[in-house]
Write a new protein. Sequence first.
Length: 167
Amino acid sequence: MSNLVEEVRIWNTPVVGSYVLWRFTQGYTNHHSEGRPPVLLLHFLASAILTNKRLSDPVTNLRKDLASYARSFTDKKDVDLFLSIQGRVKKTRLYTLSSIDLAIQHGLLFLNPEDACLYPKNLSGKPSRGMTPKQSVKSLGNKAETLGKWFSAYPVSQVSTLLKVVL
């Protein structure tokens, strides 16, 4: 199956996006030095990265941080792909909003309008039989959590600078 067909198959529903953004939020909150949740804007960056296989492939626990992720595109001479994140944020905006909306509706995320942060709900227990995510979705969730951990180490302005985007 081609990369494009696989991408469309996985990302054709905001349900997957809501799960992935919930995992991103968990990763961010769990690894932030003060336990703070991410601001809403960071979810748009995460969604832009995680919905593209070539942008999400370098998101692994083998990398140290977000700066290492950004350098990987320069090392591979794939700067054009890296600079496409800004455009992808705009392209995936409606998808990201739908995913956030769905996550809030189903209680995975909570939006605090006073600080514009999304808080993750901590789920207890295991999902019932047949309700566990497929391995490909779990893998994306793990990448999302890693990306959240990386984002949590920097202020929003530095995340924006490292990823060469304007928020």
